[in-house]
Design a binder for this molecule. Sequence first.
Ligand SMILES: [Ca+2]
Ligand SMILES: [Ca+2]
Length: 506
Amino acid sequence: MEGLFKFLNIFVLVFLIARDLVNSTNVQKRFEYKYSFKPPYLAQKDGSVPFWEYGGNAIASSENVRLAPSLRSQKGAIWTKNPLNFNEWEVDIAFRISGRGRIGADGMAFWYTQAKGSYDGDVFGSSDQWVGLGIFFDSFDNDNKHNNPYIYAVVNDGNKKFEHHSDGTTQQLAGCLRDFRNKPFPTRARIEFHNNILTLLFHNGMTNNEQDYEMCFRVENVFLPKSGYFGLSAATGGLADDHDVIHFLTSSFGASSSVPGQPVLTDDQQRLQQEYLEYQKKLEQQKEEYRKDHPNEKEPDLEDWFESDNQRELRQIFQGQNQIYEVMKELNRKLDEVVGKQERTIGLITQQTGAVGSNIPPAQGQSSPPAQASGFVDTIRRHEVDAMFNNQNQMVNSIRELRQFILEAKQRIDTVINNQAKAPTAQVQAVGYDTQSIINEVRDGINHVKSNVAQVASQLGQGYKCPQISCVSLTTILFVVVLQLAIILGYNLYRDSKDSQSKKFY
Ligand SMILES: [Ca+2]
Ligand SMILES: [Ca+2]
């Protein structure tokens, strides 16, 4: 099996080399100086360009061909003197279309036509209803679709009139939107017609790098006249650009001068071909042996070893999709991050707003803490915690003291209650008792006085006349009684106040 792989690898390698050799011997690219111009000495001293004819407003110098200058309504063209003697070609044109306006007009055309066009025609400076190919570098947006400058190809059989008003939209074969005005380096177009495939590569003039061409269009099944002329033309209108062509380089594709299909091989090529045939023979032998050794195994199909165009395209699409998917995934992840950060920020802002809001009504004259005033989220500080603890401790001590005091008070109350329990006729009752007894004494005294008075009255009624001058007058008696009562009441009041003082002490 390993041997088979080895031989297959060698076979593929040799096959590729041989194919390239065959291709390179069959197609030959040749520079065609009779259909080209380039600086220096582009134009001769008399102003003529060798192998070319120009007219209209076109001017040729040693450095370039100015097809149309930046003046109003100018038209000019340059055509090869002789028709082409080859059918497949590649043309590289370096040009500058420049003007002071933001918009220019009208543009430049490349021609490959059966007959030479005019030098002052209606289509970018040359003839309408041409037979062959016109590629237009259209600066001015006639149909106002904001799609100019535009590069496009129109193939005409001589019957179509070019539709300027639509910028040839309905007539074009293919095209691309490219800005070719006012570039730092010359813009370039590489037009290739080979195997009935028309390709235009464009260099946007942003660099001076020879390799910076990009595809503008590629069209298959394009049929052009067998013989024809190359031409360039340009026109200006109400607006104007300079249309300068710096070089026009033509190469032809053709079979080599030897008999077609029988390329002349060098010694190396012959040797390689010999080796290729030998390897092929060996491969066949190996395959035969392998089949004999492994009769049950299916022979690997060589077709499976190489992918077809469709398979390759599918694979590329698949890879492209995968890349897009990866990029999307990455973007999604980034978006998630952004959303997360945003949410966190919103949270912080809400918190801060809340904190500031809760601190909005400080008493007037009290300044809010600077951290809050300056919009920071304030956190509790160490010294504040300490102060709080101290306050708490003080409160606990106060409560303890209060508790002791209450206990003390309770003990004293208990003592008082006990005392009361031991002497149920306490001082309150004593006060009442004393008062009662005093009142009783006062009553007895009064009764005694009354009885005396009654006795005196009865003695007076039994014949004893009241002496003229009474020994004790009524006023005196009443005075004595009142004085006695006053002394008793005063004494009682004194004792009461003393008692209440002693209560207060408890
Ligand atoms: Ca136009
Ligand atoms: Ca347009």
